[in-house]
Design a protein around this ligand. Structure first.
Ligand code: ADP
Ligand code: MG
Length: 342
């Protein structure tokens, strides 16, 4: 075959391979967009584990009519404009890939209205270059993204989707993670028309505890301590499970770096070390932790789905985490005898 440029839609479908693995990845990308848009209230409605439909409505800033086509175009973003911006990026998105990728493997409709609009505007995209002009559609200020029939045109991907129940489980977990990342945002989830999760905005300590209890279970909040530590520009806050609340799996471990949930080897190692003497071998701690540091000290562009980060000073981060947790556990009382439970 001669060398030829690929059509836009195929390019987007290839990119979708990295960003959109299953319905839960769509939910993650759309929720991040809503948060980046400053939403205070987000409604997620899904059908059949998200395979049939994922609809996310927010009350964020909206997208102006003349930018709707751009929002669905590859590498178009309102979040960064230069390498300097990338190095200090504070938004959850910045690659300008999610919407065109999702559009290329589903039937996607975007409806949005900005302040001052008399009505909203609707646009459909399929991941290729051409767009019809937006049609008027009633919508309050904010955005609705409606994603139907995920992977209808990619049989190889559709084959890898699991049962409705399994896909729904992954998707609800994403909503929980996002729920723990922003207490100030109201989140609601429905599945096949039934409300399955409702997280009202939480501001007081009691309301925040309540949200953590809702996501991690009441036993966690009862058997955890709240910690707050700062040193040399690093800040760590959150809840860590006492040794009496260990788990057989690492399934209650939420770690956020500058508001973004990540999985990271440096973090896992520091946590494991801190708990080493208080947990039996094979038991896992539970925690909800927020690390805040200068965005310049962390590279969030390590993976297309942005699950991973790279710390510029990983030793310093490791030692800070270890000593913060170690101290908190030591101060939490004589609970150095491991207890099996859960
Ligand atoms: P990225 O988030 O990396 O910029 P996306 O493809 O996810 O790329 O979104 C493209 C652009 O569309 C965003 O930069 C933003 O300007 C706009 N956008 C997407 N979702 C929303 C939303 N819910 N509210 C307002 N603007 C949005
Ligand atoms: Mg995005």
């Amino acid at each position: 075959m001669p060398i030829q440029e690929l059509p836009t839609r195929l390019i987007n479908q290839i990119a979708a391979g990295e960003v959109v693995e299953r319905p839960s990845s769509v939910v993650k990308e759309l929720l991040e967009n809503s948060l980046d848009a400053g939403a205070g209230c987000i409604q997620v409605d899904v059908e059949q584990g998200g395979r049939r439909r994922i609809r996310i409505r927010d009350d964020g800033c909206g997208i102006p009519r003349h930018e709707l086509a751009l929002a669905l175009s590859r590498h178009a973003t309102s979040k960064i404009a230069s390498l300097e911006d990338l190095e200090r990026v504070a938004s959850l998105g910045f690659r300008g890939e999610a919407l065109p990728s999702i559009a290329s493997v589903s039937r996607l409709t975007l409806i949005s209205a900005v302040a001052g609009d008399d009505s909203g505007w609707r646009l459909q995209g399929d991941g290729s270059d051409g767009f019809d002009s937006p049609e008027p559609a009633p919508h309050p200020v904010g955005t609705t993204v409606d994603v139907k029939d995920l992977f209808f045109n990619v049989p190889a991907r559709r084959k890898f989707l699991r049962t409705e129940r399994t896909e729904y489980g992954h998707l609800e977990e994403v909503v929980r993670r996002i729920g723990l990342s922003r207490f100030d945002v109201t989140l609601a989830l429905t599945h096949n028309g039934k409300t399955t999760l409702r997280l009202p905005a939480a501001s007081s300590t009691a309301e925040r505890d309540q949200r953590v209890a809702q996501v991690c279970g009441p036993a966690f909040i009862e058997q955890s301590v709240h910690i707050q530590q700062a040193s040399a520009g690093l800040k760590l806050e959150g809840w860590i499970g006492l040794p009496t609340f260990s788990r057989s799996q690492a399934d209650l471990q939420y770690f956020y770096v500058n508001g973004r949930m990540v999985r990271d080897k440096v973090v896992s190692h520091a946590v494991r070390q801190a708990y080493q003497d208080v947990l039996y071998h094979g038991r896992h701690p539970a925690f909800v932790l927020y690390l805040t540091l200068d965005p310049m000290l962390v590279d969030v562009n390590a993976h297309p789905a942005k699950h991973e980060v790279r710390f510029r000073e990983s030793r310093m981060v490791h030692d800070f985490l270890f000593s913060s947790l170690h101290r908190a556990l030591a101060e939490s009382g004589p609970g150095v005898t491991p207890v099996v439970e859960g």
